[in-house]
Design a protein around this ligand. Structure first.
Ligand code: TYM
Length: 331
């Protein structure tokens, strides 16, 4: 990797299908940033087991997710693309960083609070320390930027705090990362409940990258709107319509003004299918390309193997520095 370029790290859990939310909040920016930065894009399978997974399904999703990353436009020649559990330094650094993270800090994490409600019968230590593993992912590669959706901002802030604390004790060790959050699509809301985030754990209001066109159309036609009929952006009073407008803009590249003009004087009966069509056209090439790449297991294996080797090389540099600084005996 060229040392002069700034570095990027980001990842998505293979705990479900890739969603329109993760595409608009994260992957779209990953694609845009790959030309200018040295990027590592990860399939964070170790994060996924913080809630119970079906092992066969997790394995399949992890490899399929790689195919979908490539189909979205990420070039394995330009970026380091790998599976988190193939690079054990993530877990090793997470242990060390956990010793520099406060119980109170982790208790304040919104994602932990939400997920511990959703999985009240299985609130594991892993779910609690999840943000420490995420900090390790980022700091291991000295990442400058972390392209994510709005919901991950708090975790990136915590990562900075941990890095700053460690640097303060042992002198400069980690680059302080910044979250890179898109202007449009940073928080795509559920189609059946615009007060909650679109999420793979709430399948009804969620559009998946691999959904067939007729499934996508059905979901948009059924999307929750509100009582008046104007297609206007007003997040407070018209959350459903505002969400659909945002999706439309993110899918077509139009500004909000242009989008409102497109539908001036038209009702929801025209608007909702039009948003559906825009998403169908956005996702069609991605789905077709994913299907083609998913069938080529040998190619995918070569990508994730090479990715793990290259990631491991960079990870070792940071980890050995950290081990030396905290006082571990060198081998
Ligand atoms: P995850 O797997 O929940 O989501 C993956 C990415 O997609 C974004 N995203 C959304 N953006 C907009 N609207 C939505 N409805 C929406 N849903 C998801 C997320 O913000 C995220 O960028 N902890 C992370 C994974 C992770 C990670 C990392 C990210 C682990 N280590 C290191 C960056 C750097 C997570 O749970 O994302």
């Amino acid at each position: 990797m060229d040392e002069r370029k700034k570095r990027i790290f980001s990842g998505i859990q293979p705990s479900g299908e890739l969603t329109l939310g993760s595409y608009m909040g994260a992957i779209k920016n990953w694609v845009a940033l790959q030309e200018e930065y040295d990027c590592l894009y990860c399939i964070v399978d170790m994060h996924a087991i913080t809630v119970r997974q079906d092992p066969a399904l997790l394995r399949r999703r992890s490899v399929n997710q790689l195919a979908q990353y490539i189909a979205c436009g990420l070039d394995p020649e330009k970026n380091i693309m790998f599976i988190q559990s193939h690079v054990p330094q993530h877990a090793e650094l997470a242990w060390v960083l956990g010793c520099y993270t406060q119980f109170g800090e982790l208790s304040r994490m919104t994602q932990f609070k939400m997920k511990s409600q959703q999985h009240a019968d299985n609130i594991t230590a892993g779910l609690f320390t999840y943000p420490v593993l995420m900090a390790a992912d980022i700091l291991l590669y000295q990442a400058d930027l972390v392209p994510v959706g709005e919901d991950q901002r708090q975790h990136v802030e915590l990562t900075r705090d941990i890095a700053q604390r460690f640097n303060g004790v042992y002198s400069d060790t980690f680059t302080l990362p910044e979250a890179f959050i898109p202007k449009m699509g940073a928080r795509v809301m559920s189609l059946d409940d615009p007060s909650t985030k679109m999420s793979k754990s709430l399948p009804d209001g969620c559009v998946n990258l691999m959904d067939a066109p007729e499934v996508i159309m059905k979901k948009f036609k059924r999307a929750v709107t509100d009582c008046d009929t104007a297609v206007k952006f007003d997040k407070e009073n018209k959350p459903g319509i505002s969400n659909l407008l945002t999706i439309y803009c993110a899918a077509t590249g139009k500004t909000m003004d242009q989008a409102e003009q497109d539908f001036a004087g038209q009702g929801y009966g025209v608007f909702k299918p039009a948003v559906g069509e825009a998403v169908v056209e956005l996702l069609r090439p991605i789905r077709e390309e994913s299907e083609r790449i998913m069938a080529d297991k040998a190619y995918l294996e070569s990508v994730y193997r090479t990715g793990a080797e290259r990631a491991s090389y960079l990870a070792n540099k940071t980890l050995s520095k950290v081990y030396r600084k905290v006082g571990f005996v060198g081998r």
